[in-house]
Ligand binder design. Structure first.
Ligand SMILES: [Zn+2]
Length: 235
């Protein structure tokens, strides 16, 4: 038989686990997590849009500089053409002027593209900025609801912990160590009764009678070779 205090302690741990599981299944807890992920996503996309907008502003500044230069060169060529009379020179200058006009055309196209992209970004930015406060409000609401649910179970948790502290002072330290190690490893409950004389009360696997007899001849408990729990005999 396992010390009664140990079994009571284990039972209280079981209750704590159930409370924790229930809180995790709580709708506001699940929604809160979803809202958090969505608002993070939204913030990230706003940051990306910001960076893209800055990039476009730089591109626009460069394009405007090129535009300014080309305009100056075109004006200069036009003035020179006015003073020219030789046909070869005129043809040459006309060719140069046409080159500049073609470049001007390209820069204008580039500026149009930048402005178009800018409009798209502004639209996406507007959408994300409208969405974000709603997500933040949703998160806040769920957070409040979840805090209420947590506050409701708090007194019982405190009570359990108090009882457990009292029990622990009476539990054999070696036994408690075995329990802690297995419980922290995820086994719950750790101590289970032998069922129908041949079955593990945890995993319900059959254990040969000879094995049970041999084990219990040495100690008042045995380890289940299937699930690793500690099996004891109920008196
Ligand atoms: Zn078992």
């Amino acid at each position: 038989m396992i010390q009664q205090e140990m079994l009571q302690y284990q039972q209280l741990d079981g209750e704590l686990n159930r409370i924790e599981r229930d809180l995790k299944k709580n709708e506001s807890f699940i929604k809160r997590r979803q809202y958090k992920a969505l608002s993070q996503e939204c913030e990230e996309s706003i940051a990306k849009l910001d960076a893209r907008a800055q990039d476009l502003r730089n591109q626009l500044a460069l394009a405007q500089q090129s535009l300014q230069k080309i305009t100056e060169v075109i004006e200069e060529h036009s003035r020179e053409i006015d003073t020219l009379e030789d046909e070869d020179e005129l043809n040459y200058m006309n060719k140069k002027l046409n080159e500049q006009l073609s470049e001007l055309n390209n820069v204008e196209k580039e500026i149009k593209r930048i402005l178009r992209e800018g409009e798209e970004i502004a639209k996406a930015f507007e959408e994300a900025s409208t969405k974000l406060p709603k997500l933040v409000a949703g998160y806040k609401h769920c957070d409040e609801e979840f805090n209420k649910a947590t506050a409701e179970v708090k007194p019982r948790i405190a009570e359990i912990r108090q009882k457990q502290a009292e029990l622990k002072s009476k539990i054999d330290p070696n036994l408690f160590e075995i329990y802690k190690k297995l419980a922290d490893g995820g086994l719950q409950p750790v101590f289970v009764p032998l069922e129908s004389g041949t079955r593990c009360g945890g995993c319900r696997m059959e254990i040969p009678k000879a094995v049970i007899d041999a084990q219990f001849a040495k100690k008042n408990y045995m380890k289940c070779e299937h699930c690793g729990r500690i099996i004891f005999k109920q008196e």
